[in-house]
Every structure is written in structure tokens, then in C-alpha cells.
Design a binder for this molecule. Sequence first.
Ligand code: TYD
Length: 131
Amino acid sequence: MQSKIIKLPKIEDPRGNLSVIEKDIIPFAIKRTYFLYDVPSGGSRGGHAHKEQESLIVAVAGSFDVVLNDGKQRKVFTLNRPYEGLYVAKGTWRELENFSSGAVSLVVSSGEYDEEDYIRDFEEFLSTYSK
Ligand code: TYD
């Protein structure tokens, strides 16, 4: 699986810590940023893959699990540190679940929002990527 945790710079300071996501730290140019918050207890997000877009997912507050499947391997990543990002390669099915209360999922993406880039049917995903 190409997807992996990327350690972000952490600038420690008694006034509070600071982490950065920028070019050269992640393997794609950033085109868009969005965030998920107020996820109800027991709720889940995701449930799709992208054909071309790549993402970096960071738990900037709280914790949640990201379940990835590249068609060959399934892996669960627990995100709970603001200085760690999960790089999600294209062609990877993602589910976000087990959100803690107050969790915020920051997602930076290589592309603008484009519904055409989504695969939202798991069977269709498997038929394309499990070979
Ligand atoms: P979706 O990507 O399915 O959410 P998630 O994977 O985080 O669970 O998007 C949910 C809805 O929000 C969908 O109707 C499209 C819309 N949306 C935008 O308009 N712009 C965006 O950048 C994103 C990510 C979603």
C-alpha cells in the first residue's frame, strides 16, 4: 500500500506547539483544504475512493480511525496526533470512523472538488483496483 503516515514538522513552544503542512513535506501540490467536525457519536464519513486525487488527513483535534483499502490490502490507521498526517494515495477506498467527541479531521487534497473523480460504489472500486 502506498498510503502511509507522514510526520509533520512540530515546532515546540511553551506558548503552544505549531505544525505545518507545505510543499516538500507531502508528495503532491495542495489545491484544496476542507475539514470535518461535529461528527455525531457513532458516525462515519468517507466511503469512497478517488480516481486521481491524493489527500493528506490530519486529526487536528481528537481522534478517529481511517480504514484504507487499496484493492489488495486493508489497513486501519488511528489518527490522534496533530503532527502526523495520513497520506492517502489515489485509487484507495477510505472510511473514517470512531470519531472522538470534538474531533476535527483536516483534509488537504491535490485537486478541486470534482464529483467525477469519486468512486462511491465499493463493488465498482474492487472491480477496478483489486486486479
Ligand atoms: P464527501 O466527499 O462525500 O464527504 P466525506 O468523504 O468527507 O464523508 O462530500 C460530502 C458532500 O459535500 C458532497 O455532497 C459533496 C460536498 N463537498 C463539496 O461540495 N466540496 C468539497 O470539497 C467536499 C469534500 C465535499
